[in-house]
Design a protein around this ligand. Structure first.
Ligand code: ATP
Length: 423
């Protein structure tokens, strides 16, 4: 699968952009701040519904506008063509279209185009706080599990409603009859557990799929270090109790982790009952803080090296290689599951990485059907690499020229209207 055309309207810095691309390597080059990352970020958002550098839709929409549109023509494995389009709204629901048809949900488009992006700050996946690892697992989930994105959206919605109710309870005056609000909270808590558990089990399955290739690829990148592990750490500890994945912190590690497909209906009912019980214990604290104190929005993925937490112990170089192995593991799992190579994005990786890592990433990417590379200066292009070159400064100038034309057209129309009114 590969892209042949990308069109953006009011996405980040781009009022309008239209680029035609070919399979193989496409290099987007130009000075800092021209909008190169914005272009590849649009591909990532179209593929996964999210961006690794934005937590909401607002920053993705051009400043002062209400809506951003990303459109791409894709050639599928059977050589047919599909046009995918998503519209991100500053207010209200985001929408999507396939082949210019009727408006559909974002979830109908998300996951259709397999894309994995590599960036120099990927090592933060290992060293920084859990929200980055949750973003990674959400993107992986959107690509690997057709239900994942919809479950995540519903969970976030219910989590928001539940917080609103907790805050209402927090601010009730003494003597106020709170029984109706409590009843309401009970209903939302039930839904929160239901959706939260589905999300937790989906995430567990994704980490289960990634675990073996991650360890193997890390070993290959480091010429034989087999100690790298990823372990899912769900906020709903009740799931882990039911499906233990041993960490090397506590002793010997079992290569065979438990996937969510091994969990029976009986297990699920018992996990739900235990989570409900947990909520009863923390309920007063939730009201006091006005927050959902447990749930997948507090999950983490532990990354270990030599039995220690990589977040605390890994060197910069090790952290970068761990992150690289994680992204490459996702590519491998996607490839096996979809029988098609994912599209690869290498965002500004060449200028900032040492020669060894540049070579590792290039060797990997050069075998893929389509690769997008952004770079400030063409001199960073590895010697002998054949690529389609896109001058982003020229794209930006064309955009300014078309804005100018549009403005002149508007002014001309206004003058015409005025003179007609006077006549
Ligand atoms: N929502 C937005 N509306 C308007 N402009 C935006 C928006 N979001 C980002 N920008 C602008 O986009 C520009 C950055 O674009 P981008 O990150 O793609 O640059 P780049 O070409 O990749 O640069 P570098 O080589 O430094 O990484 C900045 O000037 C920023 O102000």
């Amino acid at each position: 699968m590969y892209l042949t055309r990308l069109a953006l309207d009011d996405f980040r810095s781009w009022q309008n952009l239209l680029i035609d691309v070919t399979p193989g390597i496409t290099v987007l080059y130009g000075a800092n701040g021209l909008g190169k990352t914005n272009i590849v970020e649009a591909i990532e958002v179209l593929a996964t519904g999210t961006s690794h550098r934005a937590h909401s839709t607002i920053p993705l929409i051009r400043a002062g506008q209400q809506k951003a549109t990303i459109r791409a023509n894709v050639i599928n494995n059977d050589e047919s063509q599909t046009t995918y389009e998503i519209s991100l709204a500053a207010k209200g629901a985001n929408r999507a279209r396939i082949n210019g048809g009727k408006s559909v949900y974002m979830r109908d488009v998300v996951g259709q185009i397999p894309v994995v992006a590599f960036a120099p700050d990927d090592q933060q996946l290992v060293t920084q706080d859990p929200s980055l690892r949750r973003s990674f697992i959400n993107q992986a989930g959107a690509l690997l599990n057709p239900d994942y994105y919809a479950i995540l959206q519903q969970y976030m919605q219910v989590a928001k409603q539940r917080v609103a109710l907790l805050k209402t309870l927090q601010h009730q005056d003494e003597g106020f009859d709170i029984s109706a609000t409590l009843q309401n909270l009970e209903i939302w808590t039930g839904q929160f557990i239901e959706l939260g558990l589905r999300l937790t089990l989906a995430r567990e399955q994704i980490i289960h799929q990634l675990a073996e290739p991650f360890t193997r690829i890390y070993s290959r990148l480091t010429s034989g270090d087999t100690s790298a592990r990823i372990i899912y750490a769900p906020s709903f500890e009740e799931v882990q109790e039911q499906t233990p994945q041993e960490s090397t912190f506590q002793g010997s590690y079992h290569q065979e982790t438990v996937g969510s497909e091994d969990i029976t209906e009986h297990d699920i009912q018992s996990i739900k009952a235990n989570i409900s019980e947990h909520f009863r214990r923390i309920y007063a604290g939730e009201v006091a803080r006005g927050q959902n104190l447990i749930g997948p929005h507090r999950d983490d993925v532990l990354i270990e090296l030599h039995g220690f937490s990589a977040k605390e112990y890994a060197s910069n170089g090790e952290a970068w290689t761990l992150a690289l192995a994680l992204k490459m593991a996702l590519c491998e799992v996607l490839e096996q599951q979809l029988q098609s190579e994912p599209i690869i994005i290498l965002d500004d990786v060449f200028a900032q990485l040492d020669m060894n890592r540049r070579e590792q990433i290039m060797e990997f990417a050069q075998q893929k059907t389509q690769v997008f590379i952004t770079m400030a200066a063409l001199r960073d292009l590895p010697d002998g690499m054949e690529a389609q070159l896109i001058d982003v400064e020229r794209c930006a100038q064309e955009q300014i020229a078309s804005q100018h034309d549009e403005m002149m057209h508007l002014v001309a129309n206004m003058v015409k209207q005025k003179s007609q009114e006077q006549a």
